[in-house]
Design a protein around this ligand. Structure first.
Ligand code: XIL
Length: 314
């Protein structure tokens, strides 16, 4: 998007101070084969960031999705550790010193998978056991000691039983990691919000943020967007409800001193994963981001600005 759409790139530089490749650093994008890496596009992004003085975030070194086709035919419990270590050393190592923070492990929790520890039955877990998480953080710390090391996950912010269970599992995971000295420094809350969701409880969210902070960890809001699925078609009304969800959420989040960054998952409705992943029932284009499809500011942009203006200075 940044290389092919000059207008969008200009808006990006105007509005943002930190850049995260949406897919470019995932295995599928970087790994044409078990022995090769293709850094062409990510090198371009790192150059772009330098040119416009943007910080770079790395997303993500270890995930159960976006794996290359060769992955399932190649990896097994005997060689998975070697592949994991080689990947982290190569990718984090290549950009060492140039990354603000790395999502070292993404989405390792899935309570419905039924394990007592709440961990997802991902290929990494099946091959290596829970130890893959600790190992990943240790290798990342060696490969790029300067990048903040983040555990990133979703489904944590609402007052529902599934989100409560996930918050619980996340805190227990953090405790286990800290007990064994895993070099984790921050927790990333993806924050894919739904404007139609009424089960938002500011106090429970505050408590969760405090619980993480009390472990000495920083917090990042890593993938904020607001789905307008289920909202009325009327654009004015829809944009207002989406903006309200941004403001309500950020008002809580920006109160917590441990929060060091907020990133949206995209900038303009021109490009958003939600067109595909959370389309509207009426087929109208979705409007989840701060700028509209013409790159103009929406009420959501002003809501975010206002939340930052009102936030305590740190
Ligand atoms: C999404 C991308 O936005 C899509 O383009 C891609 O098809 C699938 O992945 N949680 C994450 C992100 O950590 O990597 C996901 O990104 C969105 C949910």
């Amino acid at each position: 998007m940044l290389s092919s759409d000059a207008q969008f790139a200009a808006r990006y530089v105007e509005n943002c101070r930190i850049l995260v490749p949406e897919n470019g650093l995932k295995w599928r994008a970087l790994r044409p084969s078990p022995t090769e890496f293709d850094f062409t596009k990510t090198d371009w992004l790192f150059d772009f960031a330098v040119k416009y003085s943007l910080q770079m975030r790395g997303h993500t070194l270890v995930w159960h999705l976006s794996l290359p086709r060769w992955f399932s035919e190649t990896l097994n419990s005997r060689n998975a550790e070697r592949h994991l270590v080689h990947h982290i050393e190569s990718v984090a190592g290549r950009y060492a010193g140039k990354v603000h923070s790395w999502d070292v492990v993404n989405e390792a929790i899935e309570v419905p998978d039924g394990r007592p520890d709440g961990l997802r039955k991902s290929p990494w877990l099946e091959f290596l056991g829970e130890e893959y998480i600790d190992l990943s953080f240790r290798v990342a710390a060696q490969a790029d000691p300067e990048a903040l090391r983040v555990y990133n996950d979703y489904g944590l912010q609402y007052d529902t039983s599934s989100h409560a269970a996930k918050r619980h599992a996340a805190l227990r995971l953090l405790e286990r990691l800290q007990a064994k000295g895993t070099p984790i420094q921050a927790f990333g809350i993806q924050s894919h919000l739904r404007a139609s969701e009424t089960r938002f409880n500011a106090e429970k969210l505050r408590q969760f943020l405090r619980d993480i902070a009390s472990m000495g960890l920083k917090i990042l809001i890593t993938e904020l967007d607001v789905s307008d699925q289920g909202l009325p078609a009327d654009i004015e009304q829809r944009d207002r409800l989406v903006a309200d969800a941004y403001r309500e959420y950020l008002d809580v989040v920006l109160d917590e001193p441990a929060v060091i960054a907020v990133l949206t998952w995209g900038l303009s409705d021109r490009y958003t994963w939600l067109s595909e992943f959370k389309p509207r029932e009426d087929g109208l284009p979705v409007r989840p981001l701060p700028l509209d499809e013409n790159l103009e500011r929406k009420p959501a942009w002003w809501a975010i600005a206002q939340a930052f203006d009102n936030a305590p200075l740190r």
